[in-house]
Ligand binder design. Sequence first.
Ligand SMILES: Nc1ncnc2c1ncn2[C@@H]1O[C@H](COP(=O)(O)OP(=O)(O)OP(=O)(O)O)[C@@H](O)[C@H]1O
Length: 371
Amino acid sequence: MELSKIAEALASVTDPKTGQDIITANMVLHLKVEAPVVSFTLQLPKLDDNYKQQLNFACQEAILSVYPEAQVHVHMQNPAVGGQAGPSTGGPQRENPLPHVKNIIAVASGKGGVGKSTVAVNLALGLQELGARVGLLDADVYGPSAPTMLGLQGQRPQVEKVYGKPKIKPLYAYGLPVMSTGFVVEPEQAVVLRGPRLAGIVRQFIEETIWPPLDFLIVDLPPGTGDVQLTLVQTVSVTGAVMVTTPQEVALADAIKAMNMFFLPDVQVPVLGVVENMSYFTPAELPDNKYYIFGQGGGKTLAKKSNSMLLGQIPLVQSIREGGDSGEPAILNKNEEITRQAWLDTARNVARQTALRNEMMGPTEKVTMKE
Ligand SMILES: Nc1ncnc2c1ncn2[C@@H]1O[C@H](COP(=O)(O)OP(=O)(O)OP(=O)(O)O)[C@@H](O)[C@H]1O
């Protein structure tokens, strides 16, 4: 009996919760073969009887299909839930719908149009370029821009049944699994649908999408504060928030208001830092010149107010706008090295601040609903 054949057989078994195969989802531990006995531990996010039985049966069946003589012993184990790296902070243990996603990063802003979606998309691709496994959830229900920015407009994600339950397959762009409210809701529809309905869609996207194992899930939030923000912090443990602002003082008051939501005593999502977008204008023909047309200092002030750092300063350049419109984000444009480096530096800082945060604190507690 070969271990590799057994592992291969187990890779055909799907976790009914995440839609991932149980090997990729790191659910199989201590796999041992002493013919005819095959034993292993199956780590489950929740020991629900029905769920346990289904998986046990599927594992037995998979192994018996390659080694009919095998005696399969499956030991079920419930790991500490709560999800991400770092020790548990104690308190009530709640189920984590994304146990195979290490860090969930919310990208937020005070008002629309500051380039939050541009930052979310380029940050996701930047982290991927640095070697991380990244996914993007565009939860900007009123103005979903990921489909256009990633050249996925008009496409619809497919639904696949996993143990009889429908799960959504994300679309892929440049290797990035992407879900966007724009895939299922027309912009005109979003305006008439009420906040809680849209928030429900976001919750469904988190819980029912077949996200692969990820180091980072970047969540592009709508501007300001509202139902979607609340739903996110109630559904998952958000590792940290990245605030996006422009340098103007006038944008600051709104940004502070949006940021303060993360600091509410019931929420307590750490702010990893601030990305200042449209920091300066650089004409393509004078790449070394910087014109601070929107003033200076907004990003730094916001970082100071949140006791965090300025993660990056992104120039206002035509290629970023063009990249957003053409479906080929600026970070992929190797002819615009200065802009590309600004995005990569930002991604590096986000990765570093996330690692530091995880070293210093336990997972963020999910917010519980108070009736
Ligand atoms: N640094 C930049 N240089 C040039 N254009 C930019 C830059 N950042 C963003 N843009 C452009 O500005 C417009 C608004 O950006 P984006 O959609 O990312 O903003 P947003 O804050 O997500 O807005 P909303 O959430 O209201 O839709 C887009 O056309 C985008 O391409």
